[in-house]
Design a protein around this ligand. Sequence first.
Ligand code: ATP
Ligand code: FE
Length: 335
Amino acid sequence: VFILAIESSCDDTAAAVLHNDKVLSNVVANQLIHNQYGGVVPELASRAHQQNIVPVIDAALRKANVQKDQLTAIAFTQGPGLMGSLLVGSSFSKSLALALKIPLIAVNHMHAHILAHFIDEEGFDKPEFPFLALTISGGHTQIVKVNGFFDMEIIGETTDDAVGEAFDKSAKILGLPYPGGPLIDKYAQLGNPKAFAFTKPKVPGLDFSFSGLKTAILYFIQKKKAENPNFIEENLNDICASIQYTIIEILMDKLKLAVKETGINQIAIGGGVSANSGIRTRLKESEGKYGWKTFVPKFEYTTDNAAMIGIVGYQKYLSSRFENASVVSKARIQF
Ligand code: ATP
Ligand code: FE
């Protein structure tokens, strides 16, 4: 089975070719245009997708050394995401599937962030059902009980900002360019995580809240800058390490509770923030500390990519979950 997968939910145009559960190519075109605006501009994103989609798909096919007429099915991101961005990927996928007379498969982007763990990669184990998934990305923060490929339930999620937003907004307060998550990670590695203390939000159960932390950081920085205008420059590593430490503590507290409540101790992380080196280290430590088995995806399958869409496409292909050409994109989608 050869699957061509197309992902265009936000600001990255991505295409991948899979042979069964193996990735033959995984191409991503980042849209750097948004950096100067400090966030993704939807109108610019859909235009850029339209420019990028053909070259990105051509590159994916070329790298995989697969011809269009060898393809078995086309998988695309149905949602959630920006409507104007999703439409570029879905319209293209529909036309190509019709032209090639092959099945069309719609994929939920958040399922894909979770099921990326089922890509066959040397050195990476696949979780066994049931397991817990912590999806931490730019738009979502969820703890999901995954019973099977198409049987998952959200048991906890953010009530306001996503964890990726917490990273990006904190970075913005520090004057760092967008997206600031990777930069906080970079500076945090050189700093002392206990240098500054930020209070953790009190949210009942398995839900999260990150907007209070952002405000706390804003007030803290304003106060310190009033005392010393160079406070950020002089303490950047320590500030980043302390912010990152607090965010990781919040995530780990909820994971511990989720393990206690479900009795499941296999944890898989996914989404862009799972690229974070601090989170990766803490999760690995938890194996010895709490007896968990943890799964951290290969770096290139953490932030948005089409290989993760392809692996869901492959699983859906095996159980003939196809769509006709009237399938619609959904900015918000039932989990
Ligand atoms: P969603 O998947 O919820 O629709 P998205 O697709 O925009 O959102 P992803 O591409 O999965 O999000 O993740 C992007 C987010 O990951 C950004 O907020 C970015 O700052 C964050 N991120 C990426 N690398 C790191 C890192 N090393 N440390 C912390 N955050 C990171
Ligand atoms: Fe994503």
